[in-house]
Design a protein around this ligand. Structure first.
Ligand code: BGC
Length: 709
C-alpha cells in the first residue's frame, strides 16, 4: 500500500509560492496555503475564505483572506530563527493527504548548538470553523527560549487591502482579530487560545492589526516544549454555527474527530489502481484537493477556479466547476454537487442582468462569477507585458459557452441522481433562461437556411471574435434540446411559444460537419490561418510572459490553440461521432494545441480513451493528475499572476480515470462498466454513488463488476 504523503526534504526559497499550493490544507470553508508558520504576507500566506468577496477601490474584486492565526516563530537567547532568512541544517515539509495534516521540521545551527522546531496543523474537517496547530521546540543546549505566536492581520492580498477596520484584543484567555471589509462591511473574526505543557511567562502584545503572545521559558537540553493552539474563524456571512467553545477543545480530541471525518470521506472517494503506484498517488492527491475545497455545509456556494489557494483569478467561479469538477461530487457526495448548482440557481438574476447589459435575452452567466453572479471579469483582463497597459480581451463579453456548461452540469447531476426535484427548485427557470439566451444569439443570413452564432470566444481563448465556433454552436443546440425535453416532460402553458422557438433553433442551428479529411473546423476560416506548430509559435515570443492570444498575440493568426475546443466537443458528444472521426481530430488538433490551460490535457486523454487508445491517453491523464505536483505550471497571463491549485485538472483526472479508463457510463438508468485500462494497470477499484445507491466497482484485466453496497 502506498502512503498518501507529500514530502519536500530540502528548503528552496524559490519553491515558496508552489509549496503554498501543493501543501494546501482546507475544509471547504477556508483553504490554508502550505506556507510555513513564520511567514508573513510577502511569502503569500493565506487563510482564503470561500465565497467572501470584497472590492478595494477600483481594483479587481476578489475573495478575502482571514487574519492568519498560524503565525509563529522562535527566538533563542534573544535571536530570531526563521525561514527563509536563516539557512537551516535540515528541513522537511510534509502533507499527509490521507488525514489532511500539514507538518514541518526544521533544524538550525546556533552559536551554542542546534535547535529544532516541529509543527503540525490541520483545517478541521469535523468543525469547519476551526484550525489546530501543535508547535514544538527543542535544543541540544540550555537556552532562554521565546515562542512568539499570534494572529497576523496584515494579510497577503492581490488587490487589497480589504479590511478597512481592524479590532484586536484579548478577552479571558482568548485573543482575537476582527477585520471589517470596505465594500459590504463583512466582518471576519479570528480567535485563538493556546495550551502549553510547560511553565512559562506569557506577555501579550497588541498591534494595529495583530495580537501576539510572547512565551518565555528556560529550555533544558534535549527536552521538547509544545504549545497547542486552537483557532476559530467566523464571518458575519456564515451559513453554519460554531460548535463548542475553543477554550474547551483539545488538540488531540479535535485531531481524532478530524481524521475520522477524512476517513469517512476517503471510504467513498479513494481510487485504487493496481500496478501503478505513481498514478494512484497522483489521482488520489487530486481527489484530496477536491475534498479540501468542497463546499460542505455551505449554502449555495461554488468553487473558484483556483479552489481555496488564494485570490488568484479573483476567487471567481468559472465553467471549470460544471464541466470538470462536478462529476466527482455527483458520484461521491451528490449533496455537494447540488450546492454547486444551487449557486447558479441563486445567481440567475445576475446572469439575467448580464444578458440585458449586452442587449441579449435570458441568462448569460458571468465568465468569472462572484457572489450574486456578479461578473468579476473586466474588459481588460490581461496586462500587456510591453506597454504595461491593460489589454482589451473578450472573455467577459464573448465567451458565451459558459451558460451552456451550467446546463450540461445540471443534466449530468439529474441523470446520475434522478433528482428531478431540483427543476422545481429553480433549475427549470435556469435552463429555460439559458435557452432564451442562446436563441437571442442566433443570426440568419438572408439566403442561408440555418442560424449562426457570430463574434464568439470559444474554449480556445487565443482566437477572439470568431464565427460559428463548433463547440459553442453544439453546446447551444444541447441547451435547446435539453430545454425542449424538460418542457415536454413537465408541460406548462407558459412554455407553448417557447417550445416552437426551441424546436426551430435546435433544427436550424449550424452544426459543422467533418470536412473531406474528417476534420471539424474549429470556426469559420480557421483552416485559412497559418498552419504552424506550437514550438514555432513559442519561438516567436519576445517575452516569456507575453499573452499568446488577443488582437496581436503570437497565436492569434495561426492554427495554434490554447486548449481543447473541438476535442472537448467530441468527448462530450461522443455518441454523435464515429471513432474514426474522433481519432482524426485528435491527431489534427493535438500538435496544434499549446495546452496552455490546465483544463486541456484531460479532454485529450478522455477522447483517446473513447477511441480505445489507453496508452495514448495515459500521459495526458498523468499531466492532469499531476497539475499541482509538478513545478512549472503556467503562472502568468501577461503580467497577471494566475498560479494556484488546479481543481479543474484534478476533476478532469477523476473523469478520465472513471469515465475513460474504467469506462463507466449510464444506460437506461443503470451504471455500465466497459474498461479500457492502460497496459501496466492490473486493475482498479473504487466506489460510486448513483441514483441514491452506493456501488463498488472492481476491474481487473479480465473482468469488471459493479455491485451495490
Ligand atoms: C482557461 C479557461 C478557464 C480559466 C480558469 C483559463 O486559462 O482558458 O478555460 O476557465 O483559465 O481555470
Amino acid at each position: 500500500m502506498i502512503d498518501f504523503i507529500l514530502t519536500e526534504k530540502e528548503f528552496d526559497k524559490n519553491n515558496i509560492p508552489w509549496n503554498g499550493n501543493r501543501f494546501l490544507i482546507g475544509n471547504g470553508y477556508f483553504g490554508i496555503r502550505g506556507t510555513l508558520e513564520e511567514y508573513t504576507k510577502e511569502y503569500m500566506c493565506a487563510v482564503n475564505m470561500a465565497g467572501i468577496y470584497d472590492r478595494a477601490g477600483d481594483a479587481w474584486r476578489e475573495t478575502v483572506n482571514a487574519p492568519n492565526p498560524l503565525y509563529t516563530y522562535i527566538k533563542v537567547n534573544g535571536k530570531k530563527y526563521a525561514l527563509p532568512e536563516n539557512e537551516p541544517v535540515s528541513h522537511i515539509q510534509m502533507l499527509d493527504f490521507e488525514n489532511g495534516i500539514h507538518s514541518r521540521k526544521t533544524v538550525w545551527k546556533t552559536e551554542n548548538g542546534e535547535i529544532t522546531i516541529k509543527c503540525e496543523r490541520f483545517a478541521s474537517m469535523s468543525r469547519r470553523h476551526l484550525i489546530a496547530m501543535k508547535y514544538t521546540f527543542s535544543s541540544d543546549f540550555e537556552c532562554d527560549a521565546e515562542i512568539i505566536t499570534g494572529i497576523d492581520g496584515d494579510v497577503w492580498d492581490i488587490n487589497g487591502p480589504h479590511f478597512v477596520n481592524m479590532r484586536t484584543g484579548y478577552d479571558d484567555g482568548v485573543n482575537y482579530v476582527t477585520g471589517v471589509t470596505g465594500e459590504k462591511n463583512i466582518s471576519v473574526t479570528v480567535r485563538d487560545t493556546i495550551n502549553a505543557d510547560f511553565n512559562a511567562a506569557v506577555e501579550s502584545e497588541n498591534t494595529e492589526n495583530g495580537v501576539y503572545r510572547h512565551i518565555f521559558f528556560k529550555a533544558e537540553t534535549g527536552k521538547e516544549y509544545s504549545i497547542e493552539k486552537i483557532a476559530e474563524v467566523t464571518t458575519s456571512e456564515d451559513d453554519f454555527k460554531t460548535q463548542g467553545d475553543i477554550a474547551d477543545i483539545t488538540y488531540y480530541g479535535l485531531k481524532a474527530e478530524h481524521t475520522a471525518e477524512w476517513s469517512r470521506i476517503w471510504d467513498v472517494s479513494k481510487i485504487t489502481i493496481d500496478g501503478d503506484d505513481e498514478a494512484m498517488y497522483a489521482l488520489n492527491y487530486s481527489i484530496y484537493h477536491l475534498n479540501c475545497i468542497a463546499p460542505r455545509e455551505l449554502k449555495g456556494k461554488s468553487i473558484a477556479a483556483r479552489g481555496l489557494s488564494g485570490q488568484v483569478y479573483k476567487g471567481a467561479v468559472f465553467w471549470d466547476t460544471e464541466m470538470f469538477m462536478i462529476d466527482y461530487y455527483i458520484h461521491t457526495e451528490p449533496q455537494i454537487a447540488k450546492t454547486l448548482l444551487q449557486y447558479r440557481i441563486d445567481t440567475l438574476n445576475g446572469a439575467r442582468t448580464k444578458a440585458e447589459e449586452y442587449g441579449l435575452k435570458g441568462a448569460y452567466y458571468a465568465w468569472e462569477s462572484q457572489d450574486g453572479g456578479y461578473e468579476g471579469c473586466s474588459d481588460y483582463n490581461v496586462t500587456d507585458v510591453f506597454t504595461k497597459r491593460p489589454m482589451r480581451t473578450h472573455f467577459r463579453d464573448k465567451q458565451y459557452h459558459v451558460s451552456a456548461a451550467i446546463v450540461y452540469g445540471l443534466m449530468k447531476y439529474i441523470n446520475a441522481t434522478g433528482d428531478y426535484d431540483i427543476l422545481n427548485e429553480g433549475a427549470m427557470d435556469m435552463v429555460v433562461e439559458c435557452a432564451r439566451f442562446y436563441r437571442s444569439l442566433l443570426i440568419k443570413k438572408a439566403d442561408e437556411p440555418y442560424y449562426e452564432i457570430h463574434d464568439v470566444v470559444g474554449p480556445d481563448e487565443y482566437h477572439e471574435r470568431v464565427n460559428n465556433n463548433a463547440y459553442t454552436n453544439r453546446m447551444a443546440k444541447f441547451v435547446f434540446d435539453t430545454a425542449l425535453e424538460l418542457i415536454e416532460k413537465y408541460p406548462s402553458d407558459e412554455y407553448d411559444d417557447l417550445k416552437i422557438m426551441l424546436k426551430d433553433s435546435s433544427e436550424k442551428i449550424f452544426i459543422r460537419k467533418p470536412d473531406e479529411n474528417g476534420i471539424i473546423e474549429q470556426f469559420d476560416s480557421y483552416f485559412k490561418l497559418e498552419d504552424v506548430r506550437v514550438d514555432e509559435v513559442r519561438s516567436r515570443l519576445i517575452d516569456p510572459k507575453e499573452y499568446w492570444g488577443g488582437a496581436y498575440g503570437v497565436a492569434a493568426d495561426t492554427q495554434v490553440i490554447k486548449q481543447a475546443d473541438v476535442v472537448a466537443m467530441l468527448s462530450m458528444f461522443k455518441d454523435d461521432y464515429t471513432s474514426e472521426i474522433m481519432e482524426k481530430n485528435l491527431k489534427y488538433y493535438e500538435p496544434r494545441t499549446e495546452h496552455g490551460s490546465s483544463l486541456s490535457a484531460c479532454m485529450y486523454s478522455l477522447l483517446s480513451c473513447y477511441t480505445n487508445k489507453p496508452e495514448t491517453a495515459y500521459p495526458m491523464f498523468m499531466k492532469s493528475a499531476k497539475a499541482d505536483l509538478i513545478k512549472g505550471g503556467k503562472e502568468w497571463a501577461g503580467l497577471v499572476y494566475i498560479g494556484g491549485t488546479h481543481p479543474a485538472a484534478a476533476g478532469g483526472a477523476w473523469i478520465v480515470a472513471v469515465k475513460g479508463f474504467a469506462g463507466i457510463t449510464e444506460e437506461d438508468g443503470k451504471l455500465i462498466c466497459k474498461p479500457n485500462i492502460p497496459e501496466k494497470w492490473q486493475g482498479m477499484s473504487f466506489k460510486l454513488m448513483y441514483r441514491n445507491k452506493l456501488y463498488a466497482v472492481r476491474i481487473d484485466r479480465e473482468n469488471a463488476a459493479i455491485t451495490e453496497i
